[in-house]
Design a binder for this molecule. Structure first.
Ligand SMILES: *[C@@H]1O[C@H](CO)[C@@H](O)[C@H](O)[C@H]1NC(C)=O
Ligand SMILES: *[C@@H]1O[C@H](CO)[C@@H](O)[C@H](O)[C@H]1NC(C)=O
Length: 327
């Protein structure tokens, strides 16, 4: 298999970032499927919340459950004229890495909050392999219940009836599964009206065409994704587990589930793209409202780099998607 150019026109800042991110995760994940957290924490730079508003945005960390260190970072635009939609965001990192306060995710959530605009809830869910499936899905669902249960002023600028579940990579996998759980739940006020799946991390035993062809691209390869599934899924299960292969041989039929409108973002240089397209097709086949957006020159995590044109295009597309659910 020939190594392909990662992408001819990637700025050096992006190349440096993806090389560093690959190095850090490869160096801290062990062959026995554990993570060297000390090393990881040393290299995963964290940002503090914006206790004083900056560029019309403030943020704060809200604890949901001390006993499992479940909390979220809440981003609130300070100059909204109307009640804003709520975006509950799940960060990526293969279920094992990163946090709500990791700098790249803090930056991304600040952008989403300002540019959509929206009240953003960035969930700090538990990580694998210390906490495997379904802890991450449970944490996500518990955050929704917590938001719905607030009588405090935390969400006074938010329209809880207009709630989107969003995530990138493993976070988009979590958004999908939390949306499935949420659809059968009676909330007081909260209503999930959309799912935003940015380069979702799905998989299966099969090796797809894009996984086999796109060797040598930034961040994603089958050696890494196999490791992530092994660290996340219950011991002894294979990648056709319904958490990974959502429309595969062991999948749970969601035809009867009242699943919200979904937008799926795909990059043409992402080896995961075939699984992502199948996800979109699976939703359509089950009669769900779904939209597919493909950026042919985009690598995995392109959205995290505002200097890439596709990153701004994604925010614009997302704003349209949010608007389309308002009427
Ligand atoms: C995994 O490997 C690390 C480093 O070699 C070791 O400290 C740890 O105890 C091992 N964990 C398990 C569960 O085997
Ligand atoms: C909702 O809030 C009440 C009162 O603060 C609390 O007792 C209850 O446990 C909360 N439920 C959830 C699901 O957070």
């Amino acid at each position: 298999m020939a190594e392909i150019q990662s992408s001819p026109d990637l700025p050096w800042t992006v190349r440096l970032f993806v090389s560093a991110a690959s190095f850090v995760t490869d160096a801290s994940r062990r062959s026995n499927y554990t993570v060297n957290r000390r090393l990881m924490n040393l290299l995963d730079f964290k940002s503090s919340p914006l206790t004083k508003p900056r560029n019309n945005l403030k943020s704060s960390d809200v604890i949901v459950d001390h006993s499992r260190n479940l909390w979220f970072r809440l981003y609130t635009p300070t100059v909204a004229a109307t009640k804003l939609p709520v975006v509950v965001f799940f960060h990526g990192g293969g279920f094992s890495f990163m946090a709500a306060n990791s700098k790249p995710y803090d930056d991304l959530c600040q952008r989403l909050a300002r540019e959509l605009p929206a009240v953003v809830v960035s969930v700090n869910y538990r990580l694998a392999p210390e906490h495997r499936y379904p802890c991450q899905y449970e944490d996500g669902f518990d955050v929704l219940k917590f938001i719905d249960n607030q009588s405090s002023s935390l969400f006074e600028g938010a329209n809880l009836g207009l709630c989107f579940l969003a995530g990138d990579s493993a976070g988009a996998n979590i958004a999908h599964h939390v949306a499935t759980s949420a659809s059968g739940h009676e909330f007081r006020e909260l209503k999930v009206v959309g799912v935003v799946a940015i380069q979702p991390f799905f998989g299966g035993e099969e090796r797809t065409e894009s996984e086999t062809r796109l060797v040598g691209v930034p961040l994603v390869n089958v050696e890494r994704t196999d490791w992530m599934w092994k660290a996340f899924l219950p011991e002894g299960s294979d990648r056709d587990h319904p958490a990974a292969n959502v429309f595969g041989p062991k999948a749970v039929d969601i035809s009867g589930v009242d699943f919200p409108a979904t937008i799926v973002f795909v990059g043409g240089l992402d080896p995961l793209q075939d699984w992502q397209k199948r996800y979109y097709e699976g939703l359509k086949k089950c009669g769900k409202e779904a939209e597919l957006v493909v950026y042919p020159n985009a690598i995995h995590t392109f959205y995290a780099h505002p200097q890439l044109q596709d990153s701004g295009a994604l925010i614009n597309r997302l704003r349209d998607f949010v608007q389309s659910q308002i009427t």
